[in-house]
Design a protein around this ligand. Structure first.
Ligand code: KIV
Length: 289
């Protein structure tokens, strides 16, 4: 047996350095680290990212997981829902993010219609995200009905993050944006959560699920849960970055907390630039050769 390198034995975690606990060297977040964090009762964070500078910044901030979400459909490509985005559109974004991070686990999100037809279709699509996009794992939406797909991918060496509760790709089948798992339907969320864990998923996103139901799932599962509109008891949380940091304006879901107002900052900067150009004060002598 070979001796582990210091990198392999370094304590994992994003906590601050102390005299007794020096900062861990940059070490790639792996799927098993998330499970170990759950076992230690530590939370982790996940954000979407679709390009180089946001990805680098979130990686530098210590965000453990970056999701190149099919929400790029609305947040990059200008569509109204996540349905129209294609594999060919998402793979270059995934490649940009995976090339730009040193530490974060990069999740490629399988878009609508690219995996539901069969486990074979799912494998071929997921393999493209890994080979061409450089993703470290993939995410797909669905519970019990996705068991054959999750088994096929995990047996074939592709780690899977599942996504249950409200699944935006099924918006039309679910009758719109609605909390899932209220009252009698809580059992459905629990059944889906156990099914994806048993099929081999390494983590599960729960979207728009009552906090008590998400808390119960989190207690029952050994794999980490990641909440978006699923209360405070999940092992991790995820938000779409343009929502969380205020680049997108307009109506926001109740579960979004806004940490910055990037729209206002960018708008002012663009107006200042425009005014300088029109007044002839940019470029100045310091910008001129
Ligand atoms: O695509 C996405 O942004 C997502 C998150 C909402 C979890 O699936």
């Amino acid at each position: 047996m070979s001796t582990p390198t210091p990198e392999e034995t370094a304590p994992y975690g994003s906590g601050p350095a102390t005299p007794d606990r020096p900062a861990a060297p940059v070490k790639r977040v792996r799927t098993h680290h998330l499970r170990e964090m759950k076992e230690r009762g530590e939370r982790f964070s996940m954000l979407t990212a679709y390009e180089q500078y946001a990805a680098q910044t979130f990686d530098e901030a210590g965000i453990e997981v970056l999701l190149v979400g099919d929400s790029a459909s609305n947040n990059v490509f200008g569509n109204e829902t996540s349905l129209p985005v294609t594999v060919d559109e998402l793979i270059p974004l995934t490649r940009a993010v995976s090339r730009s991070v040193r530490r974060a686990l990069v999740v490629g999100d399988l878009p609508f219609g690219s995996y539901q037809a069969s486990p074979e279709q799912a494998y071929l699509t997921a393999a493209r995200f890994m080979k061409e996009g450089g993703a470290h794992c993939v995410k797909l939406e669905g519970g019990v009905e996705m068991v054959p797909q999750i088994e096929k991918l995990t047996r074939g060496g592709i780690p899977v993050m599942a996504h249950i509760g409200f699944t935006p790709q099924s918006e039309h089948a679910l009758g719109g944006y609605r909390v899932q798992g209220r009252g009698d339907t809580a059992d459905r969320v629990l059944t889906d959560a156990h099914a994806v864990q048993d099929a081999g998923a390494f983590a599960v996103v729960m979207e728009m699920v009552p906090g008590d139901v998400a808390g119960q799932v989190t207690k029952e599962l050994t794999i980490p849960t990641i909440g978006i509109g699923a209360g405070a008891d999940c092992d991790g949380q995820v938000l779409v970055w343009q929502d969380a940091f205020g680049l997108r304006t307009g109506k926001m879901a109740r579960f979004v907390k806004q940490y910055a107002d990037l729209h206002a900052t960018l708008l002012q900067a663009a107006r200042d630039y425009d005014a300088d150009v029109k007044a002839g004060t940019f470029p100045g002598p310091e910008h001129t050769f």
